[in-house]
Write a protein that binds this ligand. Structure first.
Ligand SMILES: *Cc1c(COP(=O)(O)O)cnc(C)c1O
Length: 430
């Protein structure tokens, strides 16, 4: 798919007028005077989310413990209910998705179930560009099995520090490999891996495969059931707009429901038997069997209503706008900022089918300082070392005009060398 864009402001305004998702912006609290381009790290707060939080506060005030079973949405079933909603977003069956825990904890939980080294098959394939937490969890899980991560963890290399080649990953799937765990989208470059292809390759060789979909969930439609992957995890606070540190999701292919949840907890029990208080654990034959603990309701409630917005807007429409608005951003960067003296490079696949929702703007020497200058110019991007400013125009609330203005601001920062007023130290949270 290629788009035809024009470089002037009127054109951005026209794109906004034609945007079929434009009505959703007013549902979100856009920080005043800010061009927010960081929805891939923390999605914005919506009015829907606010209402749900107030509902739970009221239930807690008025019903106290009865809130677990009474009221409009009994708390006891909320993780299952929200899981069902999310299942349709990722193309899974209702019982295959549950809202629970956090991404890293869910990785530990699912790897502990799926990684069962036997005989020669002891290795895990991951990649050197993955989010560090995922790698820490994999190494920890290898150690728990009494093995050495230096030997058992195969980290697929990138030839350029940005992208991975799926053919190289497939070629590494030998009969020594027990499990493959990869991100759907690389957090720095935004490259979208071909999950269908990788799943086919892994299953041909009887290797379990799972994905971390933090950077695609809510931005890219998935078809988990059709692809047949074994498991997946993702958070709800990025493109899903569930709130800071909101609970995560996990997916388990139903053919694995009989497997043992190794990090077992009472919330994994069959719901009707949980309060039998039996010390013999019988897990629910559903993704819910992998829950561990009581879910915090104040953090769960906004996830549900944030998903309602996504369901109403439609994943295909979201993806269409995401491809178009990131293409528009890439076009403006090429036009305005890629030549001397600006020297920005795009470190994201130029084919929109091969990326998620952000553009990685690379600046060889000044990325940290330019990022800081953007903040003082009311633009919120984020910085990822060594040299990447990530700009994520989120399809549900960002406008084409904001993208246009952000590029003009960046140009001004470069023209005036404003960034030179800042130190090169990166902030603690960036
Ligand atoms: C955001 C993200 C995480 C975050 O993990 P938490 O456990 O929620 O802190 C982990 N992995 C990937 C790939 C991510 O994008």
């Amino acid at each position: 798919m290629s788009y035809t864009f024009e470089p002037h402001r009127n054109f951005a305004e026209r794109l906004d007028r034609e945007d079929i998702l434009k009505k959703y912006r007013s549902n979100f609290h856009i920080p005043e005077n800010i061009i927010y381009m960081d929805g891939n790290s923390l999605g914005l707060f919506s009015e829907n989310a606010e209402k749900s939080i107030h509902r739970v506060i009221k239930e807690w005030k008025e019903s106290a413990i009865r809130g677990w079973m009474a009221g409009e949405k009994p708390w006891f079933y909320l993780p299952e209910e929200i899981g069902k909603k999310c299942a349709s977003i990722v193309g899974a069956e209702k019982e295959e998705v549950i809202m629970t825990g956090s991404t890293t904890v869910n990785i530990h939980s699912l790897i502990s179930t799926f990684y069962q080294p036997k005989g020669n098959r002891t290795k895990i394939i991951a990649d050197e560009l993955n989010f560090p937490s995922d790698i820490y969890a994999l190494k920890g899980q290898i150690r728990i099995k009494g093995l050495d991560p230096e030997k058992e963890l195969i980290l697929i290399k990138s030839h350029d520090g940005r992208y991975l080649d799926e053919e190289i990953i497939a070629a590494a799937m030998t009969d020594e490999v027990a499990l493959v765990f990869l991100p759907s989208v690389l957090f720095r470059s935004g490259q979208l891996l071909d999950m269908a292809f990788l799943t086919r390759e892994a299953s041909k060789k009887d290797i379990f495969i799972g994905f971390d979909c933090c950077h695609s969930a809510g931005n890219i439609p998935h078809r988990f059931s059709e692809w047949g992957l074994d498991f997946a995890v993702w958070c709800s606070y990025k493109y899903m707009n569930g709130g800071p540190g909101s609970p995560a999701f996990l997916y388990i292919n139903k053919k694995h429901f009989h497997k043992t949840p190794v990090l077992a907890g009472w919330y994994g029990c069959e719901k009707t038997r949980q309060f039998d208080m039996s010390i013999d654990f019988g897990h629910s034959r559903s993704a819910g069997g992998w829950q561990i603990s009581t879910q915090g309701m104040l953090s769960a409630a906004p996830v549900e209503s944030a998903l309602d917005i996504i369901l109403e807007a439609g994943m295909d429409n979201i993806r269409e706008k995401s491809k178009k608005i990131t293409s528009y951003l890439a076009y403006l960067v090429e036009m305005v900022l890629s030549k001397k003296p600006y020297n920005f490079k795009i470190g994201t696949p130029l084919d929109p089918e091969k990326r998620s929702g952000h553009i990685a703007l690379e600046h060889e020497t000044e990325a940290v300082r330019i990022g800081k200058a953007l903040l003082d110019n009311h633009v919120i991007p984020d910085f990822r070392p060594p040299n990447v400013i990530r700009i994520a125009p989120a399809p549900l609330y960002n406008t084409y005009l904001e993208v246009y203005e952000m590029v003009q601001i960046l140009k001004k920062i470069m023209d005036t060398k404003e960034y030179e007023h800042y130190s090169k130290e990166r902030g603690t949270v960036s």
